[in-house]
Write a protein that binds this ligand. Structure first.
Ligand code: DGT
Ligand code: CA
Ligand code: CA
Length: 567
């Protein structure tokens, strides 16, 4: 039972409960599903060790349900709920334009149970005949279907990267390779990964390929040869290992890192300069003039080395040519995490534990921004608790060495754009993060107004996960981004790059647009557990894909400078 499968059942329970008009519970199940999905250890292991409640957002009751799923492969509660709507709700709601309510309508009127049914109904123009739906909805669903088919089998960066690094390290340690590197979309830091590409140099390619094919994570060998071996891992992810000659390793690394669009552009450049470029090298006639390293390949084409995160044919080759490549922000530039939860709200670590974990990472500060409770049953601090937490943090800061906790809150942006935390409390805080957590399906104009109101609110420092998307799970709000970025720049409101692998929000192209408009960014992991602080790397990768430099990111500043900016 893989984590993903368990998460799917929990997501379905959330949707089914929502359809029944149940309050709060859907959110709890969704949070649990996310926690299971992004948990780096197999859920079976947690069940075996009785540690399921360590997952953020998982209390005793949902933990028991997770245990039942792992034990029996299903959940009675889920089966019971499903009787009223026996459809593949999980897959259907992956399609943009199809939420649980529409899925229910489509089932009741057209008998749509799965993606194939949905596709048929859309193509035959039957969706527009359903009361309440129309041609516009039908078109949106058709577009969403094409997109869903494409992303169906893609895996989150945060899942794929640790898996790939683990394989890479085992290959390196085997002593059978002179070099091993990760290539493909993973090296470019893309938010989702189709398959893992690994390149190696080996003077014993046969033995080396065998070793790879026999790694314990491998479930199935799809193809095996001295040059290329493809395998499938337990959770269905494919890994391609290519063994290439030393003299063309750089050219192969360049080629298999992609993107395809970048490669095509680079090849055109090579041709226009009288060269040939392929995965074996840069050639002048029959003579290889470069290929051993990537630097050599780019240099032969008159360019500096281009960071993989920029290789998307978005103007990077021209920037390289003009000597205008940005010096991208690096993990080492980040001096603190600006989005951290604790067990005061729905996190699993105490203030002390989160501080210790942050110190371990070499940080100088973290912002404690626990949820504010604006409605009952949503775990969060009330005004009195927040006031007490502020005192406790101040006291703790007196004792802690080498790390400083900033007092903050994650306030809710209500439907009218106002903030739910009382002003006099906001004034006590070092940092105020605000985010949308409810009423997410507002029309574009209203959602834009709502965000703008929060941006213009002088008490608000940072807008967290501005688009609200959950990759592969929930699409972003409809928002006029240009206007949001303009206003954020004008009012000096910082926008977050949420580093949680399921969010990566803002996303890369929005980051670039925001920076160009003059917006400053804050990187935060949204950690609900000490281990989550390590998500920062995904935020850094995403910021780099958005062409962000250290100076665009406020948490590269020293504690004093940061506090000045926040004032
Ligand atoms: P993915 O796996 O869908 O997340 O994305 P990539 O970029 O890893 O794509 P993949 O695994 O199909 O191929 C790895 C790289 O190899 C790709 O980024 C560029 C290069 N490549 C693959 N096929 C072609 C091709 O037909 N033409 C060119 N120019 N490059 C290719
Ligand atoms: Ca790939
Ligand atoms: Ca591949």
């Amino acid at each position: 039972m893989h984590n993903r499968k368990v998460a799917q059942i929990l997501y379905e329970v959330a949707d089914l409960l929502e359809l029944e008009g149940v309050e709060f519970k859907p959110r709890a199940y969704r949070r649990a599903a996310q926690a299971v999905e992004s948990c780096p250890v197999p859920i079976e292991e947690l069940v075996r060790e009785g540690r399921v409640t360590e997952l953020p957002g998982v209390g005793k009751s949902i933990a028991e349900k997770i245990e039942e799923i792992v034990r029996t492969g299903k959940l009675r509660y889920h089966e019971e709920l499903k009787k009223k709507l026996p459809v593949d709700l999980y897959s259907l709601t992956q399609v943009e334009g199809v939420g649980p309510k529409i899925a229910k309508l489509l089932y009741e009127h057209l008998g749509v149970k799965n993606l194939d049914d949905l596709e048929r109904a859309a193509r035959e123009h039957r969706i527009r005949t359903v009361p309440g739906l129309g041609p516009k909805v039908e078109e949106k669903i058709l577009r969403g279907l094409a997109e869903a088919r494409k992303t169906e089998k893609r895996v989150l960066l945060g899942i794929a990267l640790p898996l790939a690094e683990n394989i890479r390290d085992k290959l390196r340690e085997s002593g059978l390779f002179q070099a091993v590197e990760i290539a493909g979309s993973l090296r470019r830091g893309k938010e989702t990964i189709g398959d893992i590409d690994i390149l190696g140099i080996s003077n014993r390619p046969g033995v080396a390929s065998d070793f790879f094919a026999r790694l314990p994570d491998v479930e199935e060998v799809l193809a095996k040869g001295p040059k290329k071996t493809s395998v499938k891992l337990g959770d269905g992810l494919q890994v391609d290992l290519r063994i290439v000659p030393e003299e063309s390793f750089g050219a192969a690394l360049q080629y298999f890192t992609g993107s395809q669009a970048h490669n095509i552009r680079l090849r055109e450049r090579a041709v226009s300069q009288g060269y040939k470029l392929n995965e074996y090298g840069v050639f002048e006639g029959e003579k290889r003039v470069a290929g051993r390293t990537e630097e050599e390949v780019y240099r032969a084409l008159g360019l500096p080395w281009i960071p993989p995160e920029l290789r998307e044919d978005q103007g990077e080759i021209q920037a390289a040519e003009e000597g205008k490549l940005p010096v991208l922000v690096e993990q080492g530039d980040i001096l603190g995490d600006l989005h951290v939860h604790t067990d005061w709200s729905d996190g699993k670590g105490s203030l002390e534990e989160m501080a210790a974990a942050a110190k371990e990472l070499g940080y100088r500060y973290i912002a404690i921004v626990d949820h504010f409770r604006f409605a009952q049953a949503i775990p969060g601090l009330g005004p009195d608790e927040l006031a007490r937490q502020i005192e406790e943090i101040r006291e703790l800061n007196g004792k802690l060495e080498g790390i400083r906790l900033l007092c903050g809150v994650e306030a809710n942006i209500l439907s009218d754009g106002s903030i739910d935390v009382p002003r006099e409390l906001l004034r006590e805080l070092d940092i105020v993060v605000a985010a949308v957590h409810t009423h997410m399906r507002m029309p574009k104009g209203e959602m834009t107004k709502r965000l703008l109101a929060a941006i213009e609110n002088e008490d608000v420092d940072i807008i967290a996960h501005p688009s609200g998307r959950l990759i592969g799970e929930r699409s972003a709000y409809e928002v006029d981004w240009e206007e949001v970025f303009r206003r954020a720049a004008k009012y000096g409101t910082i926008l977050e790059v949420n580093a949680n692998p399921q969010r990566l929000d803002l996303r890369a192209d929005h980051i670039r647009e925001a920076i160009d408009t003059g917006v400053r960014l804050a990187l935060g992991t949204d950690a609900h557990h000490p281990d989550h602080l390590a998500f920062m790397r995904y935020g850094v990768l995403t910021a780099r894909r958005g062409w962000a430099r250290a100076r665009d990111v406020v948490n590269t500043l020293s504690p004093d400078k940061l506090l000045e900016v926040l004032k």
